[in-house]
Design a protein around this ligand. Structure first.
Ligand code: GRG
Length: 301
């Protein structure tokens, strides 16, 4: 996993240059590239690209075949973090232990960097044809990513998050339903896309892709449940971002609706469910996916 993270970091580093054939980039573009690199490169756990690579290998593909798509998924994730931290959204000043993108580059450059990261993600994925992936599979992967960004994914989740702050609910069941729908869109759909796109690049069958999708949906939701738990139980220093913010802003979270202990139990249940979806795959080859899910449920930041 550590080797995979190293390869991902190297590929990400190469994807956004600061000069072209030793000639520095045009100054305005250089600034945007610096802003893109600032959020894309250091400090991320790389859960999504890692999942993409191991899904590719699980269905018999090579890590290198899925690398452009893995980087693309991380670019979309970085693009969403930049937007999420903006003053008009969550208005956050700390991410991964350092000032957020707009605090360093200003809002205008941050918005440009976020948009540029999204379009670079498409460009990267389309380039997979040069690695021998059929255009049909590449197009399918791009379609999955587009779905994960728009109103079937991140945008819907964020819109629900913003609307949730002003909403009143009849009872706990109603709250839970809204919370789950919001987090599936805001977090799980991109995690799901990471696994699906990896399996598509690796030449997986429709059945394999479906099973990985179900596994990743559980993992994605579990990721968000643990994110909520950590927000309430850890310090800003430990998390590298402003802790306890959900409580202050009155946001709907799993610990708020069901309590911290029940939220942890729910995450463990989702982990078991995720594992069940991997039955039928080669038991040795699923080990990285099982470890990744375990890491997510036990992570401390
Ligand atoms: C158009 C790209 C785009 C997005 C628009 C702003 C927005 C809609 C969505 C926000 C989505 C968002 C930020 C969800 C939070 C997901 C989450 C749990 C982030 C933390 O992920 P980690 O822990 O972060 O993997 P690291 O730092 O490890 O990369």
């Amino acid at each position: 996993m550590k080797n995979k993270a190293k390869s991902i970091n190297k590929a990400l580093d190469n994807s956004i240059p600061l000069c072209n054939n030793f000639v520095p980039l045009w100054e305005p573009v250089l600034e945007v590239h610096k802003a893109m690199r600032y959020t894309l490169l250091p400090g991320g756990k790389r859960v999504r690209p890692m999942l993409c690579l191991v899904a590719c290998e699980l269905v018999g593909g090579q890590e290198s075949t899925a690398m452009p798509a893995a980087c693309a998924v991380e670019m979309i994730h970085a693009a969403s973090l930049i937007l999420d931290d903006l003053p008009c959204m969550d208005d956050d000043s700390l991410r991964r232990g350092k000032p957020t993108n707009h605090k360093v580059f200003g809002e205008k450059t941050s918005i440009l960097a976020s948009n540029a990261l999204r379009s670079l993600a498409v460009k990267q994925t389309l380039a997979s044809t040069s690695l021998g992936v059929t255009s049909e599979r590449v197009l399918r992967a791009v379609q999955e990513m587009a779905r994960a960004v728009g109103t079937e994914g991140l945008v819907a989740g964020q819109a629900a998050d913003l609307a949730g702050e002003r909403m009143s609910f009849k009872n706990e069941d109603d709250e839970l339903r809204y919370l789950e729908l919001m987090h599936v869109h805001k977090t799980a759909v991109l995690v799901e896309a990471a696994a699906v796109v990896g399996a598509i690049m690796g030449g997986g069958s429709d059945e394999e892709i479906e099973r990985l999708k179900s596994y990743a949906r559980c993992v994605g939701l579990m990721f968000q449940v643990m994110d909520d738990v950590l927000d309430e139980t850890k310090s800003s220093e430990e998390l590298g971002k402003t802790a306890g913010k959900d409580l202050i802003t009155g946001k709907l979270t799993y610990p708020k609706v069901m309590g911290v202990d029940n939220a942890r139990e729910y995450a463990k249940r989702l982990n078991r469910e995720a594992q069940e979806h991997l039955q039928g795959f080669d038991s040795d080859k699923v080990v990285p996916l099982l470890s990744l899910a375990d890491y997510i449920v036990k992570r401390q930041n």
